[in-house]
Design a protein around this ligand. Structure first.
Ligand code: NAD
Length: 252
């Protein structure tokens, strides 16, 4: 077991499945105590179970990250359970229907922006208040390759993810004087349930693989390694970055 995050208290949002679950498990393995935030309380139980010998360091907390009251309550419960928070991976997100910009349904647009952009800001707001009062902290936000380049038929998702990169840069510059580091990761296609949105409209595994020069879809554990690095002191001089983790997709 590695010990890069020994004794650190970390919030991971969207920890029930996919990238969030893989990252939470990796951070637990690295010695962190992790508050597992998700709206899917049942599936959070699976993440706790998969933590094996580290399960006592995993604290499941039900939350809707798009609602300010829910985020505030979850943060208070996290402080109660962990005694403080040192860092966070703001990862919870939803997919969007694949459709041209002029046919996006207003409710779909609001839902995608509500979770994928406002949700990140609501979580950062609690975290940064706490970090400034307690000598600093580290944040990693999950954007997407869609926060760096155009993903046609995904305008709402792209707007939200470009927004996450913007929030990340501003928070990094504001936070530097308070020992607060903030970075974003920008994954390409990763094998998680969210891909079902694309598969529904015929964007299959082969088409998704072909988006990157490596011609494959990532395993969520490959993303978790980058999250661990960016949350650890090994990345102490990196802040305000939007790091592609995309097999070369955005380099083309
Ligand atoms: P996923 O669907 O497996 O995980 C998303 C998690 O977020 C789920 O556990 C879900 O219950 C939770 N969630 C959704 N809305 C929530 C809310 N309002 N409050 C609390 N929890 C909520 O998908 P994933 O691929 O692991 O997605 C994680 C993040 O990675 C998302 O932000 C997504 O946009 C981003 N991302 C994914 C890919 C990919 O190819 N899988 C690529 C780039 C970025």
């Amino acid at each position: 077991m590695s010990n890069e995050l020994q004794g650190k208290r970390v919030v991971v949002t969207g920890a029930a499945t996919g990238i969030g679950r893989a990252s939470a498990l990796r951070l637990l393995e690295a010695g962190a105590r992790v508050a597992l935030w998700d709206r899917n309380a049942a599936a959070l139980g699976d993440t706790v179970r998969d933590a094996g010998s580290r399960r006592s360091a995993a604290v499941p907390i039900e939350v809707d990250v798009s609602k300010a009251d829910s985020v505030r309550e979850a943060f208070i419960r996290t402080l109660d359970q962990l005694g403080g928070v040192d860092s966070a991976f703001n990862n919870a997100g939803i997919g969007a229907p694949t459709t041209p910009i002029e046919t996006i349904d207003e409710a779909d647009y609001d839902a995608v922006l509500g979770v994928n952009l406002k949700g990140v800001w609501l979580c950062m707001r609690e975290q940064i208040r706490h970090f400034k009062a307690h000598g600093g902290g580290v944040i990693v936000n999950n954007a997407s390759v869609a926060g760096l380049v155009a993903l046609p038929m995904q305008a709402a998702y792209g707007a939200a993810k470009h927004g996450v990169v913007g929030l990340t840069k501003v928070a990094a510059v504001e936070g530097a004087a308070f020992a607060v580091r903030v970075n974003a990761i920008c994954p390409g296609a990763v094998q998680t349930p969210i891909l079902a949105h694309l598969e529904k409209v015929g964007i299959d595994q082969a088409a998704l693989s072909a988006m990157s020069p490596q011609n494959r879809i990532a395993d969520p554990r490959e993303i978790a390694e980058v999250v661990l690095f960016l949350l650890s002191d090994a990345s102490s001089f990196i802040t305000g970055a939007a790091v592609p983790v995309d097999g070369g997709w955005s380099a083309q």
